[in-house]
Design a protein around this ligand. Structure first.
Ligand code: WTA
Length: 661
């Protein structure tokens, strides 16, 4: 397999020069999981293994079959009934956990904070569930949620889960168009939003965005708005008969208990949209039983969760990491989960370390992009703070370069904390490849080995396993409980996308990987047309359609380029319509246009205006060549170009990387 456009080359040297980090003294002895025999047992009898995990949760009705696999379709815990909100809330009301903080929230403006104990969470979730019912939401309906990182977000999710409604959380950074597409795809009956949120000291006008989206979402009957900013300072439009305030609707609920609906293990818990290789984002569907079992176990083992841990996953709940490891996993374990609304640099670049110190965070789970950002700012921001409460660090979302790993280990973990580099995807629902911190010797840059019960492989184009150190495609050869069951409304696309390349039994991840002589996995990035920008997935097609929707653009090609902080940046090559002059301000306009169409995470770093896009004789855009140009590299063999002059022209006018920021 050749390296593709999107792969990071920073990990290429990794197999040769690796330092090893065994579990720190004292850590291994006290870890939740100390028995390496678990790998073997899970391999020999995965169903018994998963059943024993599932037994730790509360079931209203036991399952008849652990796994029912007719490839590519799989069901887990068939016949069983349970409720996710019961398992995340009610289950912890006995004894001391009742008054334990479930959610510790910090707003971006310093000093704004809220703590909800399990008891508080129970009260709020019940009330919110009753409120949703009073708005006509029934089991099986979809509810869209477009909120900032405020406690009402997990409350709304759990309220949906309580009554069997399927939630669809849309990241607050998405544009009105993206929100409308996602609402329409799921035909949501109700939208839950807020007047706004804070981000880097600025207001994000969520209700205003939602209002724009709502112009084209006929399915939405009611809009519930959380008052986050305050009506006096930031008035919003409230449409009569459609729009209500969250606090007023909650106050009008007269009962206090909403018994949890016993739901089939395969009842749809949520959909979450993610970018794929075609233009339209797809709604991955996760179901109740398997998802909860998977997130419960991985939170407990990978983060070695203990009763008194203060656990903080910094991801936004708008992404899968937030679903699984801010909400469902930690709450299913009865943990204290920290939620922070804003950015790491507000009011200053030590905000994370300020939170860690004040809250005595013991487990921190964040993204390589954030770590590289901290590295760039310098260790002094962390050094100002007492980080001695930390005992375990996690990384997720993109390959972590060894330099960032070592920096994280030294400056944040102060060489005491194991690091778990966790590989997984929106589709997998839970972490699949990761160290277990009491057992695994780690190597910076490697997500190490598959978790018990997980069976990956690295294969070539024909599906044959590749040898040690060889590049190949990462696949998974048997199902795990929290695999996404389908793409909402498009089951064929699900099969075509994930289970067609090597037959219905083999799940194709879209990632490239290598395995070293000890069986450690080294993730090399996407091998398809998906970019990973600051840990966010973006489809090149999605960005290209946004560009050509601008009146000046006739044709566009988008590629990923290496970026020292974000991992990948976005370079867009645009051919303009005839008669349109390539001006500098147009490049800026196009950047803003994409941000407006998709969301600000999608704003291209560089826009190149070209006379022609380089194509092969079969009219395929030569992305590899564009990448070389964007990186200012010497351009290689161009004999397959229809018109080499095009390239000369591109090189002459746009050769070399340029920053527009
Ligand atoms: C990438 C985020 C290397 C990968 C949980 C995957 C990683 C995509 C890692 C999924 C990691 C995630 N090392 N690459 N530890 N974790 N990825 O759906 O390319 O937003 O396919 O899920 O992120 O992104 P998604």
């Amino acid at each position: 397999m050749a390296t593709t456009d999107n792969q990071s080359e920073s990990v290429v040297h990794i197999l040769t020069e690796t330092r090893r980090y065994p579990p720190p003294q004292g850590f291994a002895e006290q870890a939740n999981l100390r028995d390496p025999g678990v790998y073997e047992r899970a391999r020999e009898d995965p169903e018994t293994f998963w059943a024993s995990v599932a037994e730790e949760l509360h079931w209203d009705q036991p399952w008849d079959r652990v796994m029912n696999w007719t490839p590519p379709t799989v069901e887990w815990f068939t016949g069983g009934k349970l409720n996710a909100s019961y398992n995340c809330v009610d289950r912890h009301l006995d004894g001391a956990q009742r008054t334990k903080p479930a959610i510790v929230w910090e707003g971006e403006p310093p000093g704004e904070e809220r703590t909800l104990t399990y008891e508080d969470l129970y009260r709020e979730v019940n009330r919110a569930a009753l409120m949703l019912r009073s708005l006509g939401v029934e089991k099986g309906d979809r509810v869209s949620i477009y909120l900032p990182m405020v406690p009402e977000l997990p409350i709304a999710m759990l309220a949906c889960a309580r009554i069997g409604a399927t939630h669809s959380v849309v990241f607050g950074g998405f544009s009105p168009d993206s929100l409308a597409d996602r609402i329409n795809d799921g035909e949501a009956k109700v939208l839950i939003t807020a007047d706004g949120g804070y981000r880097r000291g600025k207001v994000v006008p969520l209700k205003e965005n939602a209002d724009k989206a709502l112009e084209k979402t006929p399915s939405v009957r009611k809009v519930v708005t959380v008052e986050r900013l305050g009506r006096d300072k930031y008035p919003v439009n409230m449409l009569e008969n459609r729009d209500i305030w969250w606090h007023e609707a909650m106050a009008s609920v007269t009962e206090s208990e909403c018994p949890p609906e016993p739901l089939d293990a395969e009842h749809p818990l949520y959909t979450l949209y993610t970018s794929g290789t075609t233009g339209k984002p797809k709604g991955l569907l996760h179901t109740t039983g398997g998802y909860l079992v998977g997130t419960y176990l991985t939170t407990k083992w990978v983060f070695d969760l203990k009763e008194d841990d203060i656990y903080w996953c910094t991801a936004d709940i708008g992404w899968v990491t937030g679903h699984s490891y801010v909400v469902y996993g930690p709450l299913a374990n009865g943990a204290t989960t920290v939620m922070y609304e804003g950015t790491p640099d507000y009011p200053d670049k030590d905000r994370f370390w300020d939170i860690v110190e004040r809250r005595k965070v013991s487990v921190l789970y964040t993204a390589p992009t954030a770590i590289r950002g901290f590295m760039g700012w310098g260790a002094e921001y962390a050094d100002k703070h007492d980080l001695s409460s930390l005992r375990l660090l996690g990384s997720v979302g993109e390959p972590i370069n060894p330099e960032a790993w070592v920096w994280y280990h030294e400056h944040i973990g102060r060489e005491r904390c194991p690091i778990v580099d966790t590989w997984w995807q929106t589709e997998t629902g839970m972490i699949l490849i990761s160290p277990l911190p009491g057992l695994t010797t780690t190597k910076p840059g490697s997500a190490t080995i598959p978790l018990p019960g997980i069976e990956p492989d690295i294969v070539d184009d024909h599906g044959n396993s590749v040898g040690v150190g060889q590049d190949g495609y990462l696949v998974l050869k048997r199902p795990w409980p929290s695999i996404a069951r389908s793409i909402w409304g498009d089951p064929e696309r699900y099969v075509a996308q994930y289970f067609s390349k090597y037959g219905p039994e083999v799940y194709v991840t879209g990632d490239g990987a290598r395995r070293d002589e000890e069986g450690y996995y080294w993730l090399m990035g996407r091998v398809d047309d998906v970019l990973n920008v600051a840990g966010h997935r973006l489809g090149t097609m999605e960005l290209e359609s946004a560009l050509v929707s601008h009146e000046a653009v006739a044709e566009a090609a988008v590629i990923g380029i290496p970026h020292s902080v974000k991992g990948q940046g976005i370079a867009a090559f645009c051919r303009l319509r005839s008669g349109i002059e390539p001006r500098d301000d147009l490049r800026q306009q196009l950047r803003e246009h994409v941000a407006k169409k998709v969301g600000s995470i999608a704003r291209p770093d560089n826009v190149y205006l070209v006379a022609e896009l380089p194509k092969t004789r079969s009219a395929k855009i030569m992305r590899r060549l564009l990448r070389d140009i964007a990186e200012g590299k010497v351009v290689g063999d161009t004999t397959t170009l229809t018109d080499p002059a095009v390239l000369e022209d591109i090189k002459r006018n746009y050769g070399g990387a340029e920053a527009t920021e």
